[in-house]
Design a protein around this ligand. Structure first.
Ligand SMILES: [Zn+2]
Length: 166
């Protein structure tokens, strides 16, 4: 997927997640949406930095990189929702485009993708992006409601990380 698709995905997702995390039509929902939109869009833009540094769809499209973005807010108390942007970038590349991504780089250069995608220049690219975003929103809603709150207080985990000298 191209930059336009990733930004569209991130903006729609952040808007939807604002309502998932802070249901309502009030200032608290608007505040939450604003709070999560910036890190999610930044995260969604990040993996394609490997078009300039490293090898595209390998260097910054891997599970170890996602792990770093998951650990970062716990260790540094910053960039809390950025991992959502990185994760949805991967999902959109895997599901929405023809070429896969090297999930296990640097251990393996094999690229994983679904045969479902369209080429990044396809006239259906925006439609595919919107459909993928809707499915992601449903999944995040289910996780937030039934598994773990997306706005979980990470301070206890941060303190534990600090205790281990991180
Ligand atoms: Zn990408």
């Amino acid at each position: 997927m191209n930059k336009r698709g990733h930004v569209l995905n991130a903006l729609l997702l952040a808007l939807g997640l604002g309502f998932v995390i802070e249901p309502g039509l009030d200032a608290a929902t608007a505040r939450t949406t604003a709070q999560i939109t910036v890190p999610i869009v930044l995260g969604a833009l990040f993996p394609d930095v490997d078009t300039a540094f490293g090898r595209h769809r390998k260097t910054l499209h891997s599970l170890p990189v996602l792990g770093i973005f998951l650990a970062y807010p716990i260790v540094f108390g910053n960039l809390r929702y950025v991992w959502i942007g990185v994760l949805t970038h991967y999902i959109l590349d895997v599901v929405g485009s023809r070429r896969g991504i090297a999930l296990f780089h640097p251990l393996s250069d094999a690229e994983y993708g679904f045969p479902t995608g369209v080429t990044t220049s396809s006239k259906y690219a925006d439609l595919v992006t919107v459909v993928v975003t809707a499915i992601e929103l449903a999944a995040f809603w289910a996780i937030h409601t039934h598994v773990v709150a997306l706005d979980l207080d990470l301070s206890a985990a941060s303190e534990a990380a600090a205790a281990f000298g991180l």
